[in-house]
Design a protein around this ligand. Sequence first.
Ligand code: ADE
Length: 371
Amino acid sequence: MLVGVATQDTGEIATGLDSAQAFADAVVGWQRIHGRNDLPWQQPASPYRVWVSEIMLQQTQVSRVREYFARFLARFPDVTSLAAASQDQVLELWSGLGYYSRARNLHRAAQVIAAAHAGTFPDRFDQVIELPGIGRSTAGAILSLGCDQAHPILDANVRRVLARCFAVPGWHGERATAGRLWQLAAGLVPDHSARRYNQGMMDLGAMLCLPRKPRCGDCPVSGHCTAVRNDSVERYPGKRTAPTRPERQRRMLIIRNRLGATLLCRRPEQGIWAGLWSLPELEMESNPLEWCRARFGREPGGWRELPPREHGFSHYRLRMHPFEILLETDGCRLLDGDRELWYNPEQPQAIGIPAPISRLIRALSTPEENT
Ligand code: ADE
Protein backbone atom coordinates (compact mmCIF):
# COMPACT_ATOMS: atom_id res chain seq x y z
CA MET A 1 0.00 0.00 0.00
CA LEU A 2 1.12 3.55 -0.65
CA VAL A 3 1.92 5.41 2.50
CA GLY A 4 1.06 9.06 2.54
CA VAL A 5 -0.58 9.35 -0.86
CA ALA A 6 -4.21 10.34 -1.01
CA THR A 7 -6.77 8.00 0.38
CA GLN A 8 -10.47 8.56 0.60
CA ASP A 9 -10.35 7.85 4.31
CA THR A 10 -7.80 10.45 5.28
CA GLY A 11 -8.30 12.94 2.47
CA GLU A 12 -4.56 13.43 2.80
CA ILE A 13 -2.44 14.29 -0.18
CA ALA A 14 1.19 13.91 0.46
CA THR A 15 3.76 12.22 -1.59
CA GLY A 16 5.98 10.36 0.73
CA LEU A 17 8.82 10.10 -1.76
CA ASP A 18 9.49 6.43 -1.16
CA SER A 19 5.96 5.36 -1.86
CA ALA A 20 5.57 7.59 -4.92
CA GLN A 21 8.84 6.18 -6.21
CA ALA A 22 7.66 2.62 -5.54
CA PHE A 23 4.51 3.31 -7.54
CA ALA A 24 6.47 4.83 -10.44
CA ASP A 25 9.00 1.99 -10.39
CA ALA A 26 6.22 -0.57 -10.68
CA VAL A 27 4.69 1.28 -13.65
CA VAL A 28 8.04 1.81 -15.38
CA GLY A 29 9.13 -1.81 -14.89
CA TRP A 30 5.86 -3.10 -16.27
CA GLN A 31 5.87 -0.71 -19.25
CA ARG A 32 9.35 -1.82 -20.29
CA ILE A 33 8.17 -5.41 -20.73
CA HIS A 34 4.42 -5.27 -21.36
CA GLY A 35 3.68 -1.74 -22.60
CA ARG A 36 3.39 -0.35 -26.10
CA ASN A 37 6.87 0.41 -27.36
CA ASP A 38 6.46 0.20 -31.09
CA LEU A 39 4.07 3.06 -31.78
CA PRO A 40 5.11 5.08 -34.85
CA TRP A 41 5.51 8.34 -32.91
CA GLN A 42 7.89 6.66 -30.48
CA GLN A 43 10.47 5.88 -33.17
CA PRO A 44 12.06 8.26 -33.00
CA ALA A 45 10.26 10.31 -30.36
CA SER A 46 10.41 14.07 -30.81
CA PRO A 47 8.19 16.88 -29.55
CA TYR A 48 6.92 17.50 -33.09
CA ARG A 49 6.03 13.84 -33.75
CA VAL A 50 4.49 13.37 -30.30
CA TRP A 51 2.52 16.59 -30.74
CA VAL A 52 0.99 15.49 -34.05
CA SER A 53 0.17 12.05 -32.60
CA GLU A 54 -1.36 13.47 -29.42
CA ILE A 55 -3.64 15.80 -31.35
CA MET A 56 -4.72 12.95 -33.64
CA LEU A 57 -5.25 10.64 -30.65
CA GLN A 58 -7.51 13.10 -28.85
CA GLN A 59 -10.65 11.76 -30.49
CA THR A 60 -9.38 8.83 -32.53
CA GLN A 61 -8.30 5.25 -31.85
CA VAL A 62 -4.61 4.30 -32.03
CA SER A 63 -5.18 1.84 -34.91
CA ARG A 64 -6.68 4.54 -37.11
CA VAL A 65 -4.12 7.18 -36.10
CA ARG A 66 -1.22 4.94 -37.22
CA GLU A 67 -2.28 5.24 -40.85
CA TYR A 68 -2.99 8.99 -40.77
CA PHE A 69 0.17 9.72 -38.80
CA ALA A 70 2.38 8.01 -41.40
CA ARG A 71 0.84 9.98 -44.28
CA PHE A 72 0.93 13.26 -42.36
CA LEU A 73 4.58 12.86 -41.38
CA ALA A 74 5.57 11.84 -44.89
CA ARG A 75 4.08 15.06 -46.25
CA PHE A 76 4.96 17.34 -43.26
CA PRO A 77 8.10 15.93 -41.63
CA ASP A 78 8.69 18.99 -39.45
CA VAL A 79 7.19 22.20 -38.09
CA THR A 80 8.57 24.28 -40.98
CA SER A 81 6.94 22.20 -43.71
CA LEU A 82 3.64 22.20 -41.82
CA ALA A 83 3.76 25.97 -41.28
CA ALA A 84 4.47 26.56 -44.99
CA ALA A 85 1.50 24.47 -46.17
CA SER A 86 -1.89 25.95 -46.99
CA GLN A 87 -4.79 25.15 -44.66
CA ASP A 88 -6.40 23.17 -47.48
CA GLN A 89 -3.35 20.94 -47.80
CA VAL A 90 -3.41 20.24 -44.07
CA LEU A 91 -7.14 19.58 -44.05
CA GLU A 92 -6.81 17.24 -47.01
CA LEU A 93 -4.48 15.00 -45.00
CA TRP A 94 -6.88 15.19 -42.07
CA SER A 95 -9.91 14.20 -44.17
CA GLY A 96 -11.73 11.33 -42.49
CA LEU A 97 -10.31 11.93 -39.00
CA GLY A 98 -13.04 14.42 -38.10
CA TYR A 99 -12.91 17.25 -35.55
CA TYR A 100 -11.23 19.52 -38.08
CA SER A 101 -10.58 22.30 -35.59
CA ARG A 102 -7.75 20.03 -34.41
CA ALA A 103 -6.09 20.33 -37.82
CA ARG A 104 -6.65 24.09 -38.03
CA ASN A 105 -5.11 24.57 -34.58
CA LEU A 106 -2.17 22.33 -35.51
CA HIS A 107 -1.54 24.45 -38.58
CA ARG A 108 -1.85 27.74 -36.67
CA ALA A 109 0.44 26.46 -33.92
CA ALA A 110 3.06 25.47 -36.51
CA GLN A 111 2.95 29.01 -37.89
CA VAL A 112 3.40 30.42 -34.36
CA ILE A 113 6.39 28.12 -33.80
CA ALA A 114 7.86 29.12 -37.17
CA ALA A 115 7.50 32.80 -36.35
CA ALA A 116 8.26 32.87 -32.63
CA HIS A 117 10.65 29.93 -32.17
CA ALA A 118 12.41 29.80 -35.56
CA GLY A 119 10.63 26.56 -36.43
CA THR A 120 12.00 24.63 -33.44
CA PHE A 121 9.36 23.12 -31.18
CA PRO A 122 9.69 24.86 -27.79
CA ASP A 123 10.83 22.75 -24.86
CA ARG A 124 9.47 24.96 -22.08
CA PHE A 125 6.11 24.10 -20.60
CA ASP A 126 4.92 27.73 -20.46
CA GLN A 127 5.69 28.17 -24.16
CA VAL A 128 4.14 24.87 -25.20
CA ILE A 129 0.87 25.42 -23.35
CA GLU A 130 0.43 28.80 -25.03
CA LEU A 131 0.16 27.22 -28.46
CA PRO A 132 -3.28 26.87 -30.07
CA GLY A 133 -5.01 23.58 -29.33
CA ILE A 134 -2.62 22.50 -26.54
CA GLY A 135 -3.94 22.04 -22.99
CA ARG A 136 -2.21 20.99 -19.81
CA SER A 137 -2.24 17.24 -20.46
CA THR A 138 -1.17 17.54 -24.09
CA ALA A 139 1.68 19.89 -23.13
CA GLY A 140 2.74 17.37 -20.48
CA ALA A 141 2.60 14.53 -23.00
CA ILE A 142 4.65 16.43 -25.59
CA LEU A 143 7.40 17.28 -23.12
CA SER A 144 7.45 13.95 -21.30
CA LEU A 145 7.04 11.58 -24.24
CA GLY A 146 8.97 13.89 -26.60
CA CYS A 147 11.89 15.01 -24.34
CA ASP A 148 11.61 12.88 -21.19
CA GLN A 149 10.81 15.92 -19.02
CA ALA A 150 8.96 15.24 -15.76
CA HIS A 151 5.45 16.63 -16.40
CA PRO A 152 2.19 14.92 -15.48
CA ILE A 153 -0.45 13.90 -17.97
CA LEU A 154 -4.10 13.25 -17.30
CA ASP A 155 -5.97 11.75 -20.21
CA ALA A 156 -8.97 9.45 -19.78
CA ASN A 157 -6.81 6.35 -19.26
CA VAL A 158 -4.59 7.95 -16.64
CA ARG A 159 -7.60 9.42 -14.87
CA ARG A 160 -9.13 5.96 -14.55
CA VAL A 161 -5.93 4.43 -13.12
CA LEU A 162 -5.51 7.23 -10.58
CA ALA A 163 -9.18 7.40 -9.62
CA ARG A 164 -9.11 3.69 -8.79
CA CYS A 165 -5.70 3.52 -7.14
CA PHE A 166 -6.50 6.43 -4.84
CA ALA A 167 -10.27 6.01 -4.63
CA VAL A 168 -10.86 9.53 -5.88
CA PRO A 169 -14.56 10.24 -5.64
CA GLY A 170 -16.53 12.35 -8.10
CA TRP A 171 -16.52 13.09 -11.79
CA HIS A 172 -13.42 14.62 -13.41
CA GLY A 173 -15.47 17.52 -14.78
CA GLU A 174 -15.94 18.75 -11.21
CA ARG A 175 -13.33 21.17 -10.01
CA ALA A 176 -12.47 19.38 -6.78
CA THR A 177 -12.10 15.99 -8.46
CA ALA A 178 -9.99 17.39 -11.29
CA GLY A 179 -7.81 19.21 -8.77
CA ARG A 180 -7.24 16.05 -6.79
CA LEU A 181 -6.41 13.98 -9.86
CA TRP A 182 -3.93 16.57 -11.09
CA GLN A 183 -2.35 16.75 -7.67
CA LEU A 184 -1.87 12.99 -7.67
CA ALA A 185 -0.61 12.94 -11.25
CA ALA A 186 1.92 15.67 -10.47
CA GLY A 187 3.00 14.05 -7.21
CA LEU A 188 3.65 10.67 -8.77
CA VAL A 189 5.51 11.50 -11.97
CA PRO A 190 9.15 10.56 -11.37
CA ASP A 191 12.08 12.88 -12.10
CA HIS A 192 13.72 10.14 -14.14
CA SER A 193 11.99 7.92 -16.70
CA ALA A 194 9.01 10.27 -16.94
CA ARG A 195 8.60 9.26 -20.59
CA ARG A 196 8.27 5.58 -19.78
CA TYR A 197 6.20 6.27 -16.68
CA ASN A 198 3.62 8.38 -18.54
CA GLN A 199 3.47 5.94 -21.42
CA GLY A 200 3.07 3.19 -18.82
CA MET A 201 0.15 4.96 -17.14
CA MET A 202 -1.59 5.32 -20.51
CA ASP A 203 -0.84 1.70 -21.35
CA LEU A 204 -2.17 0.50 -18.00
CA GLY A 205 -5.41 2.35 -18.63
CA ALA A 206 -5.70 1.05 -22.19
CA MET A 207 -4.61 -2.54 -21.56
CA LEU A 208 -5.42 -3.57 -17.96
CA CYS A 209 -7.31 -0.93 -16.02
CA LEU A 210 -10.24 -1.18 -18.43
CA PRO A 211 -13.52 0.63 -17.85
CA ARG A 212 -15.29 -2.71 -17.50
CA LYS A 213 -13.75 -6.02 -16.44
CA PRO A 214 -10.36 -4.60 -15.44
CA ARG A 215 -7.57 -7.15 -15.29
CA CYS A 216 -6.44 -6.35 -11.75
CA GLY A 217 -4.71 -9.73 -11.41
CA ASP A 218 -2.14 -8.65 -14.04
CA CYS A 219 -1.73 -5.07 -12.82
CA PRO A 220 1.68 -4.01 -11.45
CA VAL A 221 0.10 -1.45 -9.11
CA SER A 222 -2.80 -3.52 -7.79
CA GLY A 223 -0.91 -3.77 -4.49
CA HIS A 224 -1.10 0.05 -4.30
CA CYS A 225 -4.73 0.19 -5.37
CA THR A 226 -7.28 1.33 -2.80
CA ALA A 227 -10.20 0.28 -5.00
CA VAL A 228 -8.80 -3.26 -5.29
CA ARG A 229 -8.31 -3.39 -1.56
CA ASN A 230 -11.87 -2.21 -0.94
CA ASP A 231 -13.32 -4.34 -3.72
CA SER A 232 -14.79 -1.20 -5.28
CA VAL A 233 -12.97 -0.95 -8.62
CA GLU A 234 -16.19 -0.63 -10.60
CA ARG A 235 -17.18 2.44 -8.55
CA TYR A 236 -14.32 4.50 -10.02
CA PRO A 237 -14.00 6.81 -11.81
CA GLY A 238 -17.17 8.50 -10.62
CA LYS A 239 -19.74 9.32 -13.24
CA ARG A 240 -21.17 12.68 -14.02
CA THR A 241 -24.18 13.29 -11.86
CA ALA A 242 -27.15 14.64 -13.73
CA PRO A 243 -27.25 18.40 -13.37
CA THR A 244 -29.88 19.42 -10.86
CA ARG A 245 -32.92 20.59 -12.68
CA PRO A 246 -34.66 23.78 -11.61
CA GLU A 247 -38.02 23.48 -9.97
CA ARG A 248 -41.17 25.27 -11.06
CA GLN A 249 -44.18 25.49 -8.81
CA ARG A 250 -47.71 25.77 -10.13
CA ARG A 251 -51.18 25.59 -8.67
CA MET A 252 -53.20 23.01 -10.56
CA LEU A 253 -56.90 23.78 -10.31
CA ILE A 254 -59.24 20.85 -10.06
CA ILE A 255 -62.59 22.46 -10.69
CA ARG A 256 -65.41 19.99 -10.23
CA ASN A 257 -69.05 20.43 -11.01
CA ARG A 258 -71.95 18.73 -9.27
CA LEU A 259 -71.81 15.83 -11.75
CA GLY A 260 -68.23 15.03 -10.72
CA ALA A 261 -66.71 16.32 -13.98
CA THR A 262 -63.46 18.26 -13.94
CA LEU A 263 -62.62 21.27 -16.07
CA LEU A 264 -59.76 20.65 -18.53
CA CYS A 265 -58.06 23.11 -20.87
CA ARG A 266 -56.14 22.35 -24.01
CA ARG A 267 -52.43 23.20 -23.77
CA PRO A 268 -50.85 25.46 -26.39
CA GLU A 269 -49.43 23.79 -29.49
CA GLN A 270 -45.88 24.65 -28.42
CA GLY A 271 -44.03 23.63 -25.28
CA ILE A 272 -44.66 21.07 -22.56
CA TRP A 273 -47.65 18.75 -23.10
CA ALA A 274 -48.38 20.57 -26.36
CA GLY A 275 -51.95 20.05 -27.54
CA LEU A 276 -52.88 17.77 -24.59
CA TRP A 277 -55.72 18.42 -22.15
CA SER A 278 -54.63 19.48 -18.68
CA LEU A 279 -55.84 21.30 -15.58
CA PRO A 280 -55.97 25.08 -15.45
CA GLU A 281 -52.70 26.32 -13.95
CA LEU A 282 -52.01 29.37 -11.86
CA GLU A 283 -48.83 30.98 -10.58
CA MET A 284 -48.37 30.32 -6.88
CA GLU A 285 -49.02 33.98 -6.04
CA SER A 286 -52.46 33.99 -7.70
CA ASN A 287 -55.51 33.41 -5.57
CA PRO A 288 -57.51 30.44 -6.93
CA LEU A 289 -60.74 31.60 -5.28
CA GLU A 290 -60.54 35.01 -6.90
CA TRP A 291 -59.72 33.31 -10.19
CA CYS A 292 -62.81 31.14 -9.74
CA ARG A 293 -65.06 34.14 -9.01
CA ALA A 294 -63.74 36.02 -12.02
CA ARG A 295 -64.03 33.02 -14.32
CA PHE A 296 -67.43 31.65 -13.25
CA GLY A 297 -69.06 34.69 -11.67
CA ARG A 298 -69.99 32.79 -8.53
CA GLU A 299 -68.65 31.74 -5.14
CA PRO A 300 -67.22 28.22 -4.91
CA GLY A 301 -69.30 25.76 -2.95
CA GLY A 302 -66.17 24.46 -1.26
CA TRP A 303 -62.44 24.16 -1.74
CA ARG A 304 -59.35 22.46 -0.34
CA GLU A 305 -55.64 22.28 -0.93
CA LEU A 306 -54.09 18.86 -1.50
CA PRO A 307 -50.53 17.66 -0.94
CA PRO A 308 -48.09 18.68 -3.69
CA ARG A 309 -46.84 16.21 -6.30
CA GLU A 310 -43.74 16.29 -8.46
CA HIS A 311 -43.22 15.51 -12.08
CA GLY A 312 -39.85 15.56 -13.84
CA PHE A 313 -39.31 16.99 -17.31
CA SER A 314 -35.94 16.92 -19.03
CA HIS A 315 -35.18 20.54 -18.14
CA TYR A 316 -37.09 21.17 -14.94
CA ARG A 317 -39.17 19.59 -12.23
CA LEU A 318 -42.75 20.62 -11.89
CA ARG A 319 -44.08 20.81 -8.35
CA MET A 320 -47.81 20.72 -8.68
CA HIS A 321 -49.98 22.07 -5.88
CA PRO A 322 -53.48 20.69 -6.47
CA PHE A 323 -56.28 23.02 -5.42
CA GLU A 324 -59.76 21.58 -5.62
CA ILE A 325 -62.79 23.81 -6.06
CA LEU A 326 -66.35 22.54 -6.01
CA LEU A 327 -68.93 24.37 -8.10
CA GLU A 328 -72.56 24.10 -7.21
CA THR A 329 -73.70 23.79 -10.79
CA ASP A 330 -74.08 20.90 -13.21
CA GLY A 331 -71.91 22.63 -15.72
CA CYS A 332 -70.87 26.02 -16.77
CA ARG A 333 -70.65 27.78 -20.08
CA LEU A 334 -67.23 27.05 -21.51
CA LEU A 335 -65.20 29.92 -22.84
CA ASP A 336 -64.24 28.11 -26.00
CA GLY A 337 -65.51 24.64 -26.80
CA ASP A 338 -62.31 23.82 -28.60
CA ARG A 339 -60.06 24.77 -25.69
CA GLU A 340 -62.08 23.77 -22.63
CA LEU A 341 -64.21 20.76 -21.68
CA TRP A 342 -65.78 19.03 -18.72
CA TYR A 343 -64.13 15.68 -18.22
CA ASN A 344 -65.77 12.89 -16.28
CA PRO A 345 -63.41 10.05 -15.36
CA GLU A 346 -66.44 7.74 -15.10
CA GLN A 347 -67.27 8.33 -18.78
CA PRO A 348 -63.93 9.46 -20.21
CA GLN A 349 -63.79 11.17 -23.59
CA ALA A 350 -61.13 10.03 -26.07
CA ILE A 351 -58.70 12.86 -25.44
CA GLY A 352 -55.00 13.08 -24.64
CA ILE A 353 -54.30 13.83 -20.98
CA PRO A 354 -50.74 13.90 -19.59
CA ALA A 355 -50.20 10.87 -17.34
CA PRO A 356 -49.48 12.83 -14.12
CA ILE A 357 -52.63 14.89 -14.63
CA SER A 358 -54.68 11.82 -15.33
CA ARG A 359 -53.29 10.18 -12.17
CA LEU A 360 -54.14 13.25 -10.14
CA ILE A 361 -57.72 13.37 -11.37
CA ARG A 362 -58.20 9.64 -10.86
CA ALA A 363 -56.64 9.70 -7.39
CA LEU A 364 -59.01 12.44 -6.36
CA SER A 365 -62.05 10.48 -7.42
CA THR A 366 -60.96 7.58 -5.17
CA PRO A 367 -62.25 7.61 -1.59
CA GLU A 368 -58.81 7.66 0.17
CA GLU A 369 -57.79 11.00 -1.27
CA ASN A 370 -61.28 12.33 -1.04
CA THR A 371 -61.42 12.46 2.70
N1 ADE B 1 -3.18 8.22 -26.41
C1 ADE B 1 -2.64 9.40 -26.24
N2 ADE B 1 -1.31 9.34 -26.25
C2 ADE B 1 -0.98 8.06 -26.43
C3 ADE B 1 0.23 7.36 -26.53
N3 ADE B 1 1.41 7.98 -26.45
N4 ADE B 1 0.19 6.04 -26.69
C4 ADE B 1 -1.00 5.43 -26.77
N5 ADE B 1 -2.18 6.02 -26.70
C5 ADE B 1 -2.17 7.33 -26.52
